[in-house]
Write a protein that binds this ligand. Structure first.
Ligand SMILES: [Mn+2]
Length: 250
């Protein structure tokens, strides 16, 4: 499972994407002939967008364009065999746990998509509402609703409630192993990021190794200085000078 956060301006379009009423579904992996199999675990009488606006008006929200007012936990059905009933149960249990964490009054929609490539998955969409302890009022804060502790515990907690229901290991995927719901570009960007990170790790490792070596044997610095000159193309000159002085001394 993984989470996305969205700004106000994206919400209207997003909600249409989840319920498949958007005119242009850009995602090529959506098979519209399968869309009737999708279902929503949180039907709002007045419609998702109206409910979103109503709930937003009830809580404090900074009047800035970039405030994240909608979060979407995407939870994917693990690949282990699930019956049709098991699948429904899986998403119902996930839905209940997510409602417990973020408040059922803050949920906008919870569409299960079965018309996309890969495993069925649910988009649990909610307004990230938290208590402002200083002021004693409810406010919108994706940062606080999805703080480090929350992101660190949710996968394990979800696995626990699933195991209690299914009486077996379910294998909730965490953010690092998520699949299907990401576009190729997103996946490639992630791979690149990981590569850059591991390169940086190697670099950091080499530097600390080197520092340790210099500490043990300070003479090494002379060799390193020469190596640096060599790398900069300065070394031959030095050599020439040495050879010249050698000749003179002869
Ligand atoms: Mn989807």
């Amino acid at each position: 499972m993984h989470v996305e956060k969205y700004e106000k301006t994206a919400v209207g379009h997003l909600l249409k994407h989840y319920d498949r009423t958007a005119e242009n579904i850009g995602n090529k992996d959506v098979d519209r002939s399968m869309s009737s199999l999708n279902y929503n675990l949180c039907e709002r009488e007045q419609g998702a967008f109206n409910y979103y606006q109503k709930r937003l008006s009830e809580v404090k929200c900074q009047n800035r364009k970039d405030v994240k007012t909608l979060c979407d936990w995407v939870i994917t059905l693990p690949q282990k065999p699930f019956t049709e009933r098991g699948e429904r149960e899986f998403f119902k249990v996930a839905y209940k746990e997510l409602c417990r964490r973020y408040g059922s009054e803050n949920v906008i929609s919870a569409w299960v998509h079965k018309d996309e490539k890969g495993q069925p998955h649910m988009h649990f969409c909610f307004i990230p509402v938290v208590m402002d302890k200083k002021k004693g009022i409810l406010k919108v804060s994706a940062k606080e609703a999805l703080n480090k502790r929350e992101l660190c515990t949710i996968h394990q907690d979800m696995e626990k409630v699933m195991e209690a229901t299914f009486k077996r290991e379910v294998g909730i995927l965490n953010g690092a192993t998520k699949n299907g719901n990401k576009t190729i570009t997103e996946l490639k960007a992630e791979e690149l990021k990981k590569e850059v990170k591991s390169l940086n790790d190697i670099k950091r490792g080499l530097i600390s190794d080197l520092a340790e070596m210099i500490r043990k044997s300070p003479k090494l610095l002379t060799s390193i200085t020469r190596a640096v000159r060599l790398a900069l193309g300065d070394e031959p000159k030095e050599k020439q000078q040495k050879e010249r002085s050698h000749e003179r001394s002869r």
